[in-house]
Design a protein around this ligand. Structure first.
Ligand code: NAD
Length: 302
């Protein structure tokens, strides 16, 4: 938000309970900006799959606006057998520099592990206000060759994971008074694609679960929304969906951007920062529940 008012320099003004504006000098004018940091200051966020990629982008976005953030990820306690690996501790070092960030191991496919992650968050930060169900895996290929184990794994992480984490978090979220759940679905949850039956099916389910939970949890003051990312250059794309014959990360990213940009109305792939911004919006939008917000540069408009 930007307004131009005449207020003495340095004065911090509370407009209404959650919004504070501060004066900055811009040329010969004074600019007043909402300071997100203060808006979100006392909130506690748990991000599943938060140790790398989109999850880490979301962690950083919440840390930047002053939230306390728990990163919960399978990669923090076990090396991945999954085809393109899991995160590791190194991937999340950068988040700690932005604010109060802690981490714990989590397997979203395991009920006891989900309950432990919620407990670890409350033990560390005293409460839980925002749950980001972001952990996800992809596997692609024609159904005729697709193994039952891969099918089960995709649904276990992308769909059952939302159920188990939400179930574990509801008691704490119900005490918050202003709670939100944000599920990372996908534009693949709005339109089917060849060779993506398991992944698309799991993400359509994520959108359906989001709508059902939005109805069910509204009386408890818990809003439930989903982000549908477009195409983000994480390990999911660079190492699985668009593998390349190079280990040079810069070269990979450049090739990815060139290939993807042509398909996107706004002319560029999406970034993890775009997803962080959307997650913070959905967690703070007080009268928004049950939506599946495409953040896709226009590639998906429904
Ligand atoms: P990523 O592989 O970089 O990150 C996924 C994270 O989830 C990793 O840190 C991994 O360790 C963790 N994880 C995997 N299985 C887990 C489990 N059982 N329990 C806990 N953590 C687990 O992928 P990403 O691209 O950052 O994807 C994040 C989310 O965004 C996923 O739900 C994905 O389906 C979704 N998404 C991604 C894109 C994209 O273009 N990258 C597009 C649409 C949706």
């Amino acid at each position: 938000m930007c307004t131009y008012l005449s207020i003495p320099a340095g004065l911090v003004l509370t407009l209404y309970p959650v919004m504070i504006i501060r004066r900055e000098n811009v040329g010969n004018r004074h600019r007043y900006q909402a300071l997100g940091k203060y808006i979100m200051d006392s909130r506690v966020v748990l991000v599943t799959g938060g140790a790398r990629g989109i999850g880490l982008g979301i962690v950083k976005a919440f840390a930047r606006v002053g939230c306390k953030v728990m990163i919960a990820d399978l990669g923090l306690e076990s090396e991945g057998e999954w085809n393109y690996g899991l995160s590791n501790k190194d991937a999340m070092d950068s988040a700690g520099e932005l604010g109060e960030v802690a981490s714990c191991g989590l397997d979203v496919t395991d009920q006891a592990s989900c309950e432990s992650a919620v407990k670890a968050t409350i033990d560390r930060f005293g409460q839980l206000d925002i749950l980001i169900n972001n952990a996800g895996v992809v596997q692609s290929g024609p159904v005729i060759d697709f193994s039952e184990a891969d099918w089960d794994r995709v649904f276990a992480v992308n769909t059952k994971g939302i159920f188990l984490m939400t179930k574990a978090a509801i008691p704490a979220l119900g005490k918050s008074g202003d709670a939100a759940i944000v599920n990372t679905a996908s534009i693949a949850g709005k339109k089917g694609h060849a060779n993506m039956s398991a992944y698309c099916g799991s993400k359509f389910a994520a959108v359906g679960i989001t709508q059902s939970l939005a109805f069910e949890l509204a009386p408890m003051g818990i809003r439930v929304n989903a982000i549908c990312p477009g195409i983000v250059g994480t390990a999911m794309w660079l190492e699985h969906l668009m593998p390349m014959n190079t280990t040079d990360t810069e070269e990979k990213t450049q090739t990815f951007e060139t290939n993807v940009s042509q398909q996107i109305p706004l002319g560029r792939p999406q970034s993890v920062e775009d997803m962080g911004e959307a997650a913070v919006y959905l967690a703070t939008a007080k009268n928004v529940t049950g939506i599946a917000l495409s953040v896709s540069g226009g590639i998906e408009m429904n």
